[in-house]
Design a protein around this ligand. Sequence first.
Ligand code: NZQ
Ligand code: ZN
Length: 391
Amino acid sequence: MQNFTFYSPTYFAFGKGQENNAGQYVKRFGGSKVLLHFGGGSVVRSGLLDRVKQSLTNEGIAYVELGGVQPNPRSGLVYEGIELCRKEGVDFVLAVGGGSTIDSSKAIAAGTVYDGDFWDFYQGKLVEKALPVGTILTIAAAGSEGSPDTVITHEDGMFKRGATGEALRPAFSILNPELTQTLPAFQTACGITDIMAHLFERYFTTTKEVEVTDRMIEGLLLTMIHEAPRVIADPDHYEARANIMWAGMMAHNNSCGVGRAQDWASHDMEHELSATYDVAHGAGLAVVFPAWMQYVYKNDIMRFAQLATRVWGVQMDFADPEKTALAGIHALRRFLTSIGMPGNFAELGAKAEDIPQMAKTACYGNGRGGSIGGFVALHEEDVVNIYNLML
Ligand code: NZQ
Ligand code: ZN
């Protein structure tokens, strides 16, 4: 295991009705004037936003509102939010929604207290200071409720880029699984795919002897495989929603990723797809991940065979471990299809003609030096080959 530091100070309030305590948590973490940030309207329609406002009012906390965050959140609204926060003297950003709303909130929180252009953070500058952020999560997916990361798309060129910094870990996150029951099946499945992808990105490592995190990842993947069909069949299944929601947090706050090299090439390739076609992140990952696996598995057949046996229940073929490894990749494809995820470029609405550009941006954008991936280093030509496997 490699040396590591791990600091994850987020206070989690999990379960039914927790959103009604939002005002108390804002107060506890130092907020007196809040930016209430939300998406395209689901939290208005469900009545959640009204309950949160009531909770703030009950605690005597003032707020200003900014809705309209789009999936794959855009820079324009971030600039607007920064201006609003400065004008109104906001000292706390409360995100009510999914990963996109949380990421937009984090960008505003960092940008408000920064003299330069907030986009600097998305070009490699570490976020060291930000207003405190609280979250009320409505979809189990991105894991932004526990992560130090944010992903924003710059409208000038449609570049989708990430920023990071411990200052971006939410001060508190409210996770009520009931709030996810209004999700359309497609969004639920996208979330499940993203959660599993965060686990795969960490599982495929070159670091030896990482049994504790291997086993944690396998346990979370098994949970997702168990719960996904239950929640797709019955969207109101509280217990399944609850297990998925906590798995989503654990998959990405890096408790499963410490002490080991990680990959992340699939996320880099997916971000090009969602920047180019505005597809849902989870749907993009459903197409990217099996193709990436197909391309790289020969680099460590035994690790792929281990995943196949421990997670997908494949019988180990000791005479031909490659067969076992491939059976695991097939099992993942079957699973993703069973929950309604796309399997190729056509189903995603992506086009072969864009492959060269996406491969170039994936390898050279964001200050990258021409290759991506910590498990296997992929160069532009490899990325082209992997995109071609998705056709
Ligand atoms: O905008 P509203 O109306 O709220 O609708 C949203 C949106 O259309 C809807 N939705 C959310 N909760 C709902 C609901 N509809 C009904 N009932 C509910 N309870 O779902 C749609 C998707 O929402 P979004 O916030 O975009 O989803 P998600 O949480 O998957 O976030 C995706 C974004 O997170 C980034 C992705 O790249 C993408 O931009 N990521 C962020 C990460 C991080 N910060 O750590 C890591 C991830 O790997 C990921 O890259
Ligand atoms: Zn993701």
